[in-house]
Ligand binder design. Structure first.
Ligand SMILES: [Zn+2]
Length: 247
C-alpha cells in the first residue's frame, strides 16, 4: 500500500502541469469506463494535492478526480513527445510540455465524497500532532495500536511501514491496546512519523529499524525482530518483543 509520503511525492511530480490546460485520454479500457478523461479533457488543472492516501486533482469547473493507488497504482510524468509507452495507462494528461500518465488504477473516480470521511492528514501543514491522541481515543479502547493508527478515518496517511517504524521509535508494541498507551507515547510516535514522512517527501528516507527485518537483530537491544499478521486485513506487524512494551 503506498504510504502518505509516496502520494505527496506523486503530487509534487504532477505540479508542472498545474495551471495548464490538458488534453486527456484513456488508452486502457478500464480507464475509459471511469469516464474521467472525457470529463477533464480540455480543462485547466487547478491543483494537485495528496490527502491521506488519495491524490486529488482539481480541474476548472469544479471537477475533482480522486486517485487512490493501493498496491500497484502509479503516476508518471515526463516530457511530451517521448517513446511510446509499454502498456496502456488508465489516464493520460498532456500539455505542450508535459505528459502525466496514471497506471494500474485501481481507483480513479470523479467525486470526492469518500475523502470527507478521512481523518486528519498527518502530513498537512496545519496538523497539530498534540491534538491527535484525543481524536484517536474516539476509537474503541480495546483496539490494538497496530490497527488503530492505520485507520484512515482517524488519522490519514500512515501505512504499514511507517506504522512499524513509529511504534518502534515510541517503544510500544503494535499489540498494545489503545487504552493502555499514554498520550505522550502517541505524540512521540506520531511526531517522529510526521517528521520522517515529511523528510521522505523531500527525498530523505530514514533507515528502517523493524519493517521487513523479521529475525534480524533489533538495532537498540539485539533481540530478533518479530513479525505476525495483525488486524482484519492481516497486514504484517513488525516489532521488538524486548524493547517495545505490550502491557
Ligand atoms: Zn529491541
Amino acid at each position: 500500500m503506498p504510504e502518505g509520503d509516496s502520494l505527496h511525492r506523486a503530487a509534487a511530480r504532477l505540479q508542472p502541469l498545474v495551471g495548464e490546460r490538458v488534453a486527456a485520454s484513456s488508452p486502457n479500457p478500464r480507464g475509459q469506463v471511469t469516464n474521467v478523461a472525457r470529463q477533464v479533457d480540455g480543462r485547466v488543472l487547478e491543483s494537485v494535492e495528496a490527502v491521506g492516501k488519495n491524490l486529488l486533482l482539481r480541474f476548472e469547473g469544479g471537477i475533482v478526480v480522486r486517485s487512490h493507488l493501493r498496491m500497484n497504482g502509479r503516476w508518471r510524468v515526463r516530457e511530451t513527445g517521448g517513446a511510446t509507452w509499454r502498456g496502456k495507462p488508465w489516464l493520460v494528461l498532456r500539455t505542450p510540455r508535459w505528459e502525466a500518465t496514471q497506471w494500474n488504477g485501481p481507483v480513479l473516480a470523479l467525486d470526492e465524497r469518500p475523502i470527507r470521511r478521512l481523518g486528519l492528514d498527518l502530513l498537512a501543514d496545519e496538523t497539530d500532532v498534540t491534538s491527535l491522541p484525543a481524536r484517536l481515543r474516539r476509537a474503541d479502547a480495546r483496539r490494538l495500536l497496530g490497527d488503530v493508527l492505520v485507520d484512515q478515518r482517524l488519522v490519514a496517511g500512515i501505512g504499514n511501514m511507517w506504522l512499524a517504524e513509529l511504534l518502534w521509535q515510541a517503544r510500544v508494541s503494535p499489540w498494545l491496546a489503545l487504552g493502555d498507551v499514554t498520550d505522550e507515547e502517541l505524540v512521540a510516535g506520531l511526531d517522529w512519523a510526521r517528521t520522517a514522512m515529511r523528510g521522505s517527501v523531500a527525498g530523505m528516507r530514514p533507515r528502517r529499524n523493524v519493517y521487513r527485518r523479521a529475525g534480524r537483530g533489533c538495532r537498540r537491544c539485539g533481540e530478533p525482530i518479530s513479525s505476525r499478521g495483525l488486524g482484519d486485513d492481516n497486514r504484517t506487524a513488525y516489532w521488538c518483543e524486548r524493547c517495545q512494551r505490550r502491557a
